[in-house]
Design a protein around this ligand. Structure first.
Ligand code: S3P
Length: 434
């Protein structure tokens, strides 16, 4: 059995300045969109983590050049919108829903066959949410259990896909992106409406590659394109979802004063800053600027005493991946926190509502109650050290590590899953506490 990881209680404040690894969502898109554009793109600060490496490997298998440069940049040599080649092996998306769902949107329009696989977690995650709308556009996708799960096969499509008007039942950037990518290959404009605005990195980046998109509220239309044109360089901002662990750790650990540099603060991702501020966190942004259509800032966070809050509704997609770490913040806050409208957490890398509830209750018995679509967290309970399960879910592992560091310690049964999005997480924690 792989070794567990012990996280000791941190008794001294976290101070200094740290850089956050590149944004996972933007890294995926930078390699994928560069691969289907004409020309070469240098991607700076690409996230070298397992999920994004799955995307890079798939794009290589489809014929694009993806090469690490001596200076650390990733050089992507695109083959053009119609230049991908039939893969000679199964495309392996690993643990990554973004790799699989976005690539299905591209593969749906190709005149060749492709087959997809992934790990055990991804094989249990719902794919009908992209297969159904793509099928309406004329794609033929076959999969396990009635075309709903991996493994999947995409049959060759001759001619353009059919444009459509689609109302998505879920606020999901992966669903939206799959349809927008297919829309590039459609016979006229494709429109998608989502119930709340999800992250809009696809819209921003496709726009920077010359695609024509219009947005009105939560509705976006994309026009078909003959070709995409590469910007010479993409600079990936730091991932606010990775910064989130330090925002909460520094808020909770007395004496902390930490600066996180060059963090992406796209408004579709900053729900975490709003909720933490509502809880009483001391967070300030400086050096706010824009790069490649994405907002960036340095974020300073100082220790503060937090109190419980209620949140749900339209803010959920803006902090969907931060709910486990927000639950940790709530565990240390005074009073109750009520999270609603977050049923999507049940279909992430694991059922995060169940996993967060079970594991935080090991540290503070009876503190957390799962509801149908959220959690109630009763804060400021007595904590004790415990052995916790990560469920091989990177966000569970890092959230529990922060709970242990700010509390009475924790041992993680399977810590290696942090490599999915933040391979240097434990090293950064070690450096901060030395
Ligand atoms: C992502 C979208 C979100 C998020 C995931 C990354 C993306 O998933 O949870 O980690 O890069 O588009 P959904 O679109 O399924 O909500």
């Amino acid at each position: 059995m792989a070794e567990g990881k012990e996280i000791r209680p941190v008794k001294r404040g976290l101070t200094g300045t740290i850089r956050i690894p590149g944004d996972k969502s933007i890294s995926h898109r930078s390699v994928m969109f560069s691969a289907i554009a004409k020309g070469k793109v240098r991607v700076m600060n690409f996230l070298e983590a397992a999920d994004c490496l799955s995307t890079a490997a798939c794009m290589r298998t489809l014929g694009a050049g993806v090469d690490r440069q001596a200076d650390g940049a990733l050089l992507v040599t695109g083959v053009g919108l119609h230049g991908l080649k039939e893969p000679q092996c199964v495309l392996d998306a690993g643990n990554s829903g973004t790799t699989l769902r976005l690539l299905l949107g591209i593969s749906a329009a190709q005149p060749f066959f492709s087959a997809f696989a992934g790990d055990a977690s991804l094989s249990g995650r719902p794919m009908a949410r992209v297969i159904e709308p793509l099928s309406r556009m004329g794609a033929v996708i076959k999969g396990r259990a009635g075309n709903r799960f991996l493994p999947l096969a995409v049959l060759p499509r001759e001619g353009r896909l059919r444009a459509m008007d689609y109302e998505s039942p879920v606020a999901s950037a992966q669903v939206k992106s799959a349809i927008l990518l297919a829309g590039l290959y459609a016979d006229s404009g494709t429109t998608l409406k989502e119930p709340a605005l999800s992250r809009d990195h696809t819209e921003r980046m496709l726009g920077a590659f010359g695609a024509t998109l219009r947005r009105e509220g939560t509705t976006v239309t994309i026009e078909p394109a003959d070709e995409l044109f590469s910007p010479e360089e993409i600079i990936v901002p730091g991932d606010i979802s990775s910064a989130a662990y330090w925002l909460v750790a520094a808020s909770l650990i007395e004496g902390s004063d930490l600066v996180l540099e060059d963090v992406g603060v796209n408004p579709t991702r900053t729900g975490i800053l709003e909720v933490l501020s509502d809880m009483g966190a001391d967070i300030t942004l400086s050096n706010e600027r824009e790069s490649g259509g994405e907002a960036l800032a340095d974020i300073r966070v100082r220790a503060a005493s937090l109190h419980g809050v209620s949140f749900g509704g339209a803010i959920i997609p803006r902090l969907i991946d931060e709910i486990p770490i927000l639950a940790v913040a709530a565990l240390f806050a005074e009073g109750d926190t009520v999270i609603s409208g977050a049923a999507e957490l049940r279909v992430k890398e694991t059922d995060r509502l169940k996993a967060v509830t079970t594991e935080l209750n090991r540290l503070a018995p009876g503190a957390v109650e799962a509801t149908e679509d959220g959690m109630i967290i009763r804060g400021d309970r007595a904590l004790s050290p415990a052995v916790c399960r990560t469920y091989d879910d990177h966000r569970m592992a890092m959230s529990l590590a922060v709970a242990g560091a700010a509390g009475e310690g924790v041992t993680l049964d399977a810590p290696a899953c942090i490599n999915i999005s933040y391979p240097s997480f434990f090293e950064t924690l070690d450096n901060l506490v030395q």
